[in-house]
Ligand binder design. Structure first.
Ligand code: FAD
Length: 464
């Protein structure tokens, strides 16, 4: 297969505007690299697309030569689905333009743009759209799976703010999809991942955000896990609309606001962000500290873009990672018991357990309005993430993530999850469970736009 591609690379090069790289070309290793260092894949050809026309040529070239396709946006998929051995990688990092119309409050975002590029361009006008919490994540993969972050309680998921897309489908056609144009395709790309084609442009609705927002973080030691999670449950139950939280089992960072004796100590953190009045945010922080005084805390105002980059270093490229996702209705006492038993068993200080709150604007979107892989009822998206600097520790923390997840399943919404947090094993069953009733509708749309399933390196939906 590699040889066949090798002889044809020249043909692709002649038709594409962007560079086409083979294994011996400079830049090949940088272009094939994935965020997760545990995954190392060597494509036969990398098509660095500069336009939708380039993407179309690359798709048709791969089909003609029988090459498996991988589409690489920000390369952050935990299971490394944007890489491929011996196939053709459609690499989108050159398609990273972001154009903002501040009057219409719209952003047009290239299919390979990173969240930091979207945030920076929108914040120049005091605007933003909901996205993830780490700025080097790709807008492409994140949005196609749903996209949840600090603004999700106030403005929904990224897909809830999508107005239209430009997408290259399996037949090489460049199509637009919106509520009025190819509405079936538009429904499917809002949660159905990369199954339906390569999105070369996203159009988002923007909202006024910041530029300054409120931030608070409080931390408790491991042995106060049960009290802390019960306190968080009570605080979240009456959270004001413009405040959001992430609850995490993490190690204290070596940040200036952390007393030196607590650096790297494992424990539980509650991060509280405020997008409305400072008083409301302060009241939430007051309630937290009066209910269960933390080991240490930090509260301040900061620019929204700083918030969006705050976790970047913690999540830097080049670590070995493995993610197990699930949904939780609430921190029941049974769930808390499992969490507090399992958290102390991790080995790597970088491994984390995170809970994103999903309710309010998120829950106002009707269940079948999008293809999102989760219920809209209030709850949490949980992530058990093994993150290790070296392969040795990784084996053990991956096993920890798997057994933690298995212990959580009886107290969660089952094996289904946010598809962007599904790594590898049992993928077929988990993808079906995640989409539930929507799976058959997705499979029918898949059969229409990608009957041969050429876009299958993703949380795959089999054509009906
Ligand atoms: P890639 O690996 O490039 O792509 C992921 C999948 O999408 C692949 O199947 C790929 O083929 C496909 N794809 C990518 N771009 C396109 C496109 N333009 N057209 C068609 N298919 C495409 N998720 C959240 O919701 N919120 C968060 O806060 C969040 N934080 C994260 C932080 C880190 C450090 C990491 C590693 C992940 C995080 N995620 C978060 C999960 C994230 O949404 C997924 O990892 C997502 O797949 C990343 O997209 P990507 O473009 O970077 O990845």
């Amino acid at each position: 297969m590699t040889q066949l591609a090798g002889s044809g690379i020249g043909d692709l090069r002649r038709t594409m505007g962007g560079p086409v790289l083979g294994p011996d070309d400079p830049g090949y290793d940088d272009s094939r690299r994935l965020w997760n260092a545990a995954i190392d894949r060597r494509p036969a050809v990398i098509a660095r697309c500069q336009s939708a026309a380039d993407v179309s040529r690359a798709v048709l070239f791969a089909t003609e030569h029988g090459l498996e396709i991988a589409v690489r946006g920000g390369a952050h998929s935990p299971g490394g689905s944007s890489g491929v051995d011996d196939g053709l990688m459609i690499e989108l990092s050159l398609l990273n333009q972001v154009t903002v119309d501040p009057v219409a409050k719209r952003a047009r975002v290239g299919g390979g743009a990173l969240l930091g590029q979207l945030d920076a361009a929108a914040q120049e006008h005091g605007l933003a759209t909901p996205a993830g919490m780490v700025s080097h994540t790709g807008a492409g993969g994140l949005t196609l799976g749903g996209g949840m972050g600090w603004l999700t309680r106030k403005h929904g998921l990224s897909i809830d703010n999508l107005v239209s897309v430009e997408v290259v489908t399996a037949d090489g056609q460049i199509r637009r999809a919106s509520e009025d144009e190819n509405p079936d395709l538009f429904w499917a790309v809002r949660g159905g991942g990369g199954n339906f084609g390569v999105v070369t442009e996203f159009e988002f609705r923007l909202h006024e955000v910041g530029p300054m927002i409120q931030f608070g973080m409080a931390f408790w030691p491991l042995d106060q896990g049960t009290e802390m999670l019960r306190m968080a449950r009570a605080v979240v139950a009456k959270l004001p609309d413009e405040v959001n939280v992430v609850i995490g089992a993490v190690n204290a960072p070596p940040a200036p606001f952390v007393p030196a004796q607590h650096h790297f100590q494992p424990g539980y953190a509650l991060i509280v962000t405020g997008f409305g009045s400072a008083e409301e945010h302060a009241q939430v922080m007051d309630e937290i500290r009066s209910t269960l005084p933390p080991l240490f805390e930090f509260a301040d105002t900061m620019p929204y873009v700083v918030l969006q980059q705050m976790l970047d270093e913690q999540n830097a490229w080049g670590r070995h990672a493995y993610d197990k996702g699930f949904y939780l209705d609430d921190f029941t006492d049974e769930a808390i018991e499992v969490i507090t038993e399992q958290v102390p068993l991790k080995l790597s200080p970088l491994s984390v357990v995170l809970f994103y709150r999903l309710d309010n604007a998120y829950s106002k979107v009707p269940e079948d309005a999008t293809a999102f892989s989760g219920s809209r009822r209030p709850g949490y998206a949980g992530f058990i993430v093994a993150v290790c600097p070296t392969p040795e520790l990784f084996e053990q923390d991956r096993a920890w993530a798997r057994s933690f997840w298995a212990a959580m399943v009886p107290f969660s919404r089952g094996i289904g999850a946010y598809v962007n947090a599904i790594s590898d094993e049992g993928v077929d069953d988990r993808v079906r469970a995640s989409y539930g009733d929507k799976y058959d509708r997705l499979a029918t749309i898949k059969a229409k736009y990608d009957p041969q399933n050429i876009f299958h390196r993703n949380a795959n939906i089999r054509p009906a």
